[in-house]
Design a protein around this ligand. Structure first.
Ligand code: GLA
Length: 725
């Protein structure tokens, strides 16, 4: 019996994937996708500051006060609770750093790629920034072992053998990693180590390998009657660990058991240096967040020598914006993840290189205490993560999960730093240091993160004050309780903005103003205050008109503050977001509309064809327009009160013959207005015809009808919305 990594629920997909994809890319593992646009919200005080204050008098008083205060860093640093690994090779005192070919090259690797990558790791400055391992992934092998049962590399891809590549890499001060599998074959179908574990470990040692990634495909579970999958994993990976150890060569063991249900963090620390915490992921913001979310409850299992591995970095692969890449790198540093770049190092952009070589962020990842960050606050829009560092500092990540800007605000106390006279707040991306009395706050653009390193300190007034500037368009939810705040072209919106001084020392001659995107009308003038004492703020409200004809999208307004502090002038900005949308007009094919949000049980929703690329077909009737979904799925559209009727033909797609069962539902402003009841393969095509008059937000949902998602390939065929002009 072999194991296929496509979830059971998607068993139907295997045949087509095996036919359509190149051998090494047969498996698609997306467990879901979600594209969410969320609206900004933040709390900011609105107190206006008008009174004149003598800045230097206040400074003197405050300095006297804080110097009298005791520095009490009350919260002890807590290192990992996980036991030190007993069998692990003595490597990976800090999270491994390097490169892996898989996500850029899949099966297209060869010695030239590996050697050029080693050269690029040196010339790009990555080696000097801490990157060490150059790692081969799957497909380096020949399909057959030699006459003695030894692994042999593909002679075309590696004509000089792996030892020659190791020598090349070692000569550049780097290390070489290789890939195998505990099963009978690797995930791409090359010889696995099952039955050859010591022999393969010895081969790797003889080639001077430094790092061994061991995958979890084609495991012969049938050979282990009575053992659970987790038991089998423990047994096979323990044998691998012992075999590597028996070679006498220190080789890092990277366990690639990719099924989180087997909870490798509970058993892998004792036998390996790192273990995967997720199934394979992808180069998108929602996949990064999903892998990060899985780290929230397993921080205690990581520590020097043994690390949670949320998978190879996606930085520079091209699927995300630079700020998403930057946030991804920040997040991986916070959770003490191995930093294995996944991009083509030979041709990376300066922006990608700057992210991968940010030494301040790398220093957080590589902190010798090895304590993985924990999440101290979380909602749909924003996270705050905190990581204790060996020198007593704390790293604090303010993560904006949403598409619109957000002010995220926490405190040194909440970050576990206890009471100190003041805190030096280092922004590890802006490379600036400011001084805060306790607040750690920033205006964080959509899909990005601010990563701070915070140090308690006695000195006051040596660096510029920490300040935060916020702008919060005053847009009502589209219906009471909705998270959607949508603005239409032509609409005028009040935008309160605020500048807050988070230092103990006042700032003086403060000015705050607001600007919109090019062509937008902003009414209101600069507000001023002679001084803004610590903890106080300067507020104003502007009136912003979205030009008629503005296309759908996210737009930002920028509030800018300028002020003086003890040693000169300073400035700060903050942004607020507008989500501009126009409701559909006339009769529209729903598959032609942009959704506000989409979640799907397997990969993204497919438009105007089925998953396999053929036409949507229900009971032999084909449809040129429509949407293929896999339960559980939900599509959310903005109808803006302008539509009256939704029609569609509903049923399971003919491309699959399994016994799927789904239930179609329609929600108007969160109220369920339609329920198909259970639809099976034998149910006659359901003709949906629903009045949706007045709905601001329309949601089409496909549930699994309560029996699991297997074979639940649901078509929404010829869906049409009838709307006003
Ligand atoms: C699995 C692993 C990936 C990669 C591929 C190679 O999917 O999780 O990281 O190694 O196998 O086939």
């Amino acid at each position: 019996m072999t194991q296929d990594r496509v979830p059971q629920s998607h068993a139907l997909l295997r045949g087509a994937q095996a036919r359509d994809l190149p051998r090494c890319r047969r498996r698609r593992y997306n467990s879901g996708s979600s594209v969410l646009l969320r609206l900004v919200s933040h709390a900011s005080g609105r107190r206006s500051l008008r009174a004149g204050i003598t800045a230097h008098g206040l400074v003197r008083a405050l300095v006297a006060f804080v110097l009298g205060a005791a520095l009490a860093v009350a919260v002890p640093l807590t290192a990992s609770a996980a036991p030190a690994p007993s069998d692990a090779p003595p490597v990976a005192a800090t999270p491994p750093m390097g490169w892996n070919d898989w996500y850029s090259f899949f099966c297209n690797l060869d010695e030239q790629l590996i050697e050029q990558t080693a050269d690029a790791m040196v010339s790009s400055g990555m080696r000097d920034a801490g990157y060490q391992y150059v790692n081969l992934d799957d497909c380096w092998l020949s399909h057959n072992r030699d006459a003695n049962g030894n692994l042999q590399p593909d002679p075309v891809k590696f004509p000089h053998g792996i030892k020659a590549v190791a020598d090349y890499v070692h000569a550049r001060g780097l290390k070489l990693g290789i890939y195998e599998d505990v099963g009978t074959a690797t995930c791409a179908g090359y010889p696995g180590s099952y039955g050859h574990v010591q022999q393969d470990a010895d081969t790797f040692a003889s080639w001077d390998i430094d790092f061994v990634k061991v995958d979890w495909c084609n495991v012969p579970f049938g050979n282990f009657p009575g053992l659970s999958q987790q038991d089998v994993a423990k047994k096979l990976y323990t044998e691998y660990s012992q075999a590597l150890k028996a070679t006498g060569r220190p080789m890092l063991l990277s366990i690639c058991e990719w099924n989180p249900a087997l909870q490798p963090w509970t058993w892998a620390p004792a036998i390996s240096n790192m273990w995967r915490t997720n199934n394979d992921y992808g180069d998108s913001w929602d996949r990064i967040l999903a892998n990060l979310d899985n780290e929230a409850d397993i921080a205690q299992y990581a520590g020097p020598g043994h690390w949670n591995d949320p998978d190879i970095l996606q930085v520079g692969l091209g699927g995300m914006t630079p700020s998403e890449d930057q946030a991804h790198f920040s997040a991986w540093a916070m959770v003490a993840a191995p930093l294995l770049a996944g991009n083509d190092l030979r041709s990376m952009s300066p922006a990608t290189k700057a992210i991968l070589t940010n030494r301040e962020v790398i220093a957080i990842d590589q902190d010798r205490l090895g304590a993985q960050a924990t999440r101290i606050s979380h909602d749909a829009d924003a996270d705050v993560w905190v990581r204790p560092l060996a020198n007593g500092d704390r790293a604090v990540m303010l993560l904006n999960r949403s598409a619109l800007p957000l002010t995220i605000d926490t405190t040194a106390q909440a970050a576990g730093l206890g009471n100190a006279p003041t805190y030096a707040v280092r922004d590890t991306w802006a490379h600036t240091t400011t001084e805060s009395a306790g607040h750690l706050a920033a205006s964080v653009p959509g899909h990005s993160a601010v990563l701070l390193r915070v140090t308690p300190q006695y000195d006051i007034g040596t660096v510029a004050p920490s300040t935060v500037v916020s702008a919060t368009p005053d847009v009502a939810p589209v219906y009471p309780g909705s998270t959607y705040r949508i603005v239409r072209p032509g609409q005028t919106v009040d935008v309160p903005a605020s500048f807050r001084n988070d230092d103990r020392i006042p700032v003086t001659d403060a000015r705050l103003t607001l600007a919109g995107p090019d062509g937008w009308t902003v009414q209101g003038s600069t507000v001023r205050a002679p001084a803004v004492p610590g903890g106080h703020h300067l507020d104003g409200t502007w009136s912003v008109t979205v030009p008629s004809g503005t296309g759908p999208g996210v737009y930002t307004v920028t509030a800018s503050a300028q002020y003086q502090w003890l040693h000169g002038s300073a400035a700060n900005t903050g942004t607020g977001g507008f989500q501009v949308l126009v409701p559909p007009a006339g009769t529209q094919n729903v598959s032609d509309l942009s959704w506000l949000a989409a979640t799907n049980g397997y990969g993204p929703p497919v438009l105007d064809k089925n998953y396999y690329g053929g036409p949507l077909t229900i009971h032999g009737v084909t449809y040129s327009k429509g949407i293929w979904l896999n339960a559980n799925a939900a599509l959310t559209y903005y109808t803006g009160g302008n539509c009256t009727r939704l029609t569609a033909d509903l049923g399971l797609d003919d491309s699959d013959h399994g016994p799927g069962t789904v239930d179609y539902q329609v929600f108007a402003d969160r109220a369920k207005v339609y329920d198909s009841g259970t639809v099976t393969r034998t149910t006659a095509t359901v003709h949906l015809d629903q009045d949706v008059t007045g709905a601001q937000i329309l949601q089409i949902v496909v549930t699994d009808a309560g029996d699991g998602v297997t074979y639940d390939n649901a078509d929404i065929a010829a869906p049409q919305l009838t709307c006003g002009v």
